[in-house]
Structure formats: C-alpha cells, structure tokens
Design a protein around this ligand. Structure first.
Ligand code: SF4
Ligand code: SF4
Length: 319
C-alpha cells in the first residue's frame, strides 16, 4: 500500500507541469497559405478525423472512462464475472473504439504528456493529462483494469481470440521487452523540436484505421495482420508492443489488490494456467504485471465455480 501511495504521489508530481500548461489553444489558420498562393495544383487535404469535440462531450468521455474503469475493477476483482467483463469490453469497443474513433486514448496521450513536460510552448487540455494518468493511478491501486474491459485496442483483440497457442515463456518474455523499446522510441520522437516531432504511437496504431474506417492501406494491412495473428496469439499488440501497457505493468506491480484466481483456498490443479491465453499465471498465481484482467481464469477454477454454485468441488478435484 505504501509503495502504491508513493507512486500516486510521483504521478501527481509529474502531472504538475502538464496541468500548468492546460490552456486554450487556437490554431492560427488565418495566416496559413492558401491553395492559390501555394500554386502548382496544390489542393488542401481533407480535414483529419476525429473532428474537434464540444467541451461538455469531452467531459462526458472522461466521465465514461472513469465509470468504465470503476466497473472493470468491480467486475473483475469483486464480482469475478467473465461474462460482465465481456459486456464491458463490448461497450468500450463500440463507444471508445468505433464511435469515438480511438479517442479517448490514454495510449496515445503519453506522447502529448511527454511533450508537455519538456516543451514549455506545447499545451495540452487538462482532460488529456487526466486521461493519461487515471488508468495508471487505477493500475497502481488495483492492477490493469484498464486493459481488461476499458481499452478499445485490447477489446478488439480480445474478441478475435479463438484458439490461443501458448508462447514459450522465454520467447514471451523476450518479445515483451519490445514494448519498452517502443516506449523509449515513442518518447524520443515526441520530444524532438516541433519541426521534426513525430507521434509514432498514433501514426502506427494498428487499429485506428479500422475504428475510423479511413486511413492508409498499409495501416489497414497491419491492423488485419494483428487481428489474424491475434486469433491464435492472445493480444499480440498488448503483450509485445503497447508502450502504455509497459507503464501500466510497472504501476500494477505496486497494486495492493488485484486478480486472485481463487477466492481463498487453492487447489493448485493448474486449470487456471491452461485457461490464461496471455501467459500471465506463474506458479498458479496471476502475475500482476502481465495480467490483462480478462477474468477467464475464474471460469476455469473449481473453487470459484463451487462458490458460485456452478459445480460441486469434489467432482473435479484432481486425484
Ligand atoms: S496493453 Fe495497451 S493496447 Fe492492450 S489493453 Fe492495455 S493499454 Fe490497451
Ligand atoms: S491471470 Fe490470465 S486469465 Fe486470469 S484474468 Fe489475468 S490475464 Fe486473464
């Protein structure tokens, strides 16, 4: 608990510069050169999506993010219901994914926050800062509830998983390091001077083209490749590439509460281990850093099902 509180204090301290820069920004479009001034047959490209959104709708988005996080914690840790987590994921996929077209997005906001912390001329709305920190704070207290039922990127992968194969532990761990390299690269490119700045995480988001139904053909292809691969390797983007997932896993290590596969008495039968498609169970216990809060292991657990009145525990106690 003490470590979680320390992390919260660090997160609050880190957020101070970003918060202090949260003021209204207006792009000086009147001074931009026009098509006729540029010449050479130049045509102004279409306005990029998502379009600007009203302030109260942004507040609504943030409120829904907070409510979904609270629901994810409650459904996973306290109610222990895989079915309810699936419904929550479906809501998040439809609302945050297809309706909001990938925004609200804590994953991409890490770049905005990194720039705001390093460039005094760069300003971000306070809600973007809050969107970045809220899932991290929840992770430091309860684990990766954001990944379980709230993140649209996770949800779209969750729903395509049909026949998970087990990735050998060493390969899984080695591939898992990629996300930290990607996190470093994303921050490095984001904090460059404005003229050469690049937001890699947004530019190479594999699912945003699918959510927005628009984008480059190669991004559709990358998204499709992740989804096809994700039919057999559980959530490949989450486990091996998502830079925000790296931050969440650091915070989740400190959480005093999290997924516990059996509510009290363990059988150590290994059924939960077989049920976890993300290799997040070690020595019959959920690994806080890697657990994606999908709640699958609950359904495989004889003790849990016995307490839910689904079966008699004697029926499947291993010999
Ligand atoms: S690991 Fe990243 S993409 Fe996956 S659910 Fe978590 S935040 Fe979303
Ligand atoms: S331990 Fe595995 S199956 Fe259980 S909630 Fe975590 S990721 Fe899902």
């Amino acid at each position: 608990m003490t470590r979680a509180l320390l992390v919260l204090l660090c997160l609050l301290a880190l957020s101070a510069p970003a918060l202090s820069q949260a003021m209204q920004y207006e792009r000086p479009v009147d001074t931009a050169p026009r098509e006729k001034d540029i010449g050479g047959g130049y045509t102004t490209p279409e306005v990029q999506k998502p379009l600007p959104r009203g302030a109260w709708l942004l507040i609504l988005d943030f409120a829904l993010l907070g409510a979904a996080l609270a629901a994810s914690v409650w459904l996973t840790i306290y109610k222990r219901s895989r079915r309810a987590v699936v419904w929550l994921s479906l809501f998040s996929l439809v609302y945050f994914g297809f309706y909001r077209e990938g925004c609200v997005c804590p994953v991409g906001s890490l770049q905005n926050v990194a720039v705001a912390l390093t460039d005094p001329n760069y300003r971000i709305p306070i809600l973007v800062t809050a969107t970045f920190f809220l899932p991290l704070i929840v992770a430091a207290l309860f684990g990766r509830a954001f990944c379980g039922g709230v993140c649209a990127l996770g949800a779209i992968q969750e729903f395509v998983l049909i026949k998970p194969v087990r990735v050998p532990r060493r390969l899984d761990q080695a591939l898992g390091l990629l996300k930290y390299a990607y996190l470093g690269a994303a921050i490095w490119f984001a904090i460059q001077p404005a003229a050469s700045r690049d937001f890699l995480v947004c530019r190479f988001d594999p699912f945003v083209s699918i959510f927005r139904r628009t984008g480059f053909a190669h991004m559709y292809a990358i998204g499709a490749a992740f989804l096809i691969g994700g039919m057999f390797v559980g959530r490949p983007y989450c486990r091996y590439l998502c830079p925000y997932g790296g931050l969440l896993s650091w915070c989740a290590r400190l959480a005093p509460r999290g997924v516990s596969i059996t509510p009290g008495r363990e059988l150590d039968c290994g059924l939960c281990n077989d049920a976890c498609p993300y290799g997040a169970i070690e020595k019959m216990r959920a690994d806080q850093a890697g657990c994606l809060y999908c709640a699958r292991c609950y359904r495989s657990c004889p003790v849990d099902r016995k307490e839910s009145g689904l079966i008699a525990i004697e029926e499947i106690r291993p010999a």
